[in-house]
Design a protein around this ligand. Sequence first.
Ligand SMILES: CC(C)(COP(=O)(O)OP(=O)(O)OC[C@H]1O[C@@H](n2cnc3c(N)ncnc32)[C@H](O)[C@@H]1OP(=O)(O)O)[C@@H](O)C(=O)NCCC(=O)NCCS
Length: 313
Amino acid sequence: MHNDVTATGHAARIATVDALLPAPLPFEVGGDSALLSAEVGDTTAAGLTTCTGLGPDSPRSMWRALVEHRLEVQLAGPDPAAGLDALLTRWDEHLGSLARVGDTECAAVLSRPSRDTAGATELLRHGFAPVGVLAVRPAQRMAAGPDATPGVCIRHATPDDLSTAVALQLELQRYDAQFGRITLRPGVEELITKELLHHLERPEPQVWIAELYGQPLGMVVLQMPDETGWIRHRVAASRVGYLSSLAVSETARSSGVGTALAAHAHQVFDEAGADVVLLHHAVANPRSTPFWYAQGYRPLWTGWQRRPAVRSR
Ligand SMILES: CC(C)(COP(=O)(O)OP(=O)(O)OC[C@H]1O[C@@H](n2cnc3c(N)ncnc32)[C@H](O)[C@@H]1OP(=O)(O)O)[C@@H](O)C(=O)NCCC(=O)NCCS
């Protein structure tokens, strides 16, 4: 049963798991959302399920399936893994009547605190895969990348850099789309161009270009603490920076350009007084995952996904 006992027990458990996790917010039931619950002995589980849909022309559609069923989870009692297992079975029943079978534009997703590992086996058994991570880097964390390439110059991007910036971002999206989160659809180039132009037309765009002998090789895009209201609630910190993307052109990779851009980004965030920096990366990306952990990040939330949400009836 979902009641205050589940919410309180869940909050108490989470508080011991990771000091950088925020206190869980109470569920807000409304609109199309539904409350699910399960009990296994003294263990209770509660879930809030919601569904959001986007058109392919929405900038946010690049990062996800067009229809997303999401479950927020609270687990309390002695056996949280069994609680999650029972809750996932309830969710499967719920999705069975809602989601189109075999539709890869319809995904079931849930975020779990990365260090709350209870229930990982059950998620895999229900057909979910750990696809993305929201990683966190507390300010002043040591980094251990290679030495930066001598001669790399990092400068603000200007509207004249639009075509370079679009090419770098497209290269990144194409590479990252292999790993399950990012979805390339017709029109992606127009969406990226519009987004980057919006950034570049600002007086001091938080888009930085790395160049060597005048040749642009890489780019990092940042969101300063006053722009991160959409994600700030995911971490126990007051000033939160967000690193939107970092791309190095294929020919220049593994030579310290990414490290130089990341070091620059962290300096910009330090100057803005950020307590932590967050970023998303794809778990299976063999370049970004080791890169970010060498730069002082670590997992905070793990995004699990089943896509299609329903494979067969
Ligand atoms: C991820 C990415 C930005 C990294 O940029 P990069 O310029 O290649 O990174 P760097 O050269 O600064 O750092 C990577 C190197 O540091 C090395 N390294 C890591 N820790 C190190 C340490 N302690 N000491 C020395 N070297 C170290 C790595 O081994 C790697 O070299 P290798 O590939 O030869 O093994 C780039 O590979 C890229 O654009 N990838 C495709 C797009 C992408 O995935 N972007 C990230 C999306 S979140």
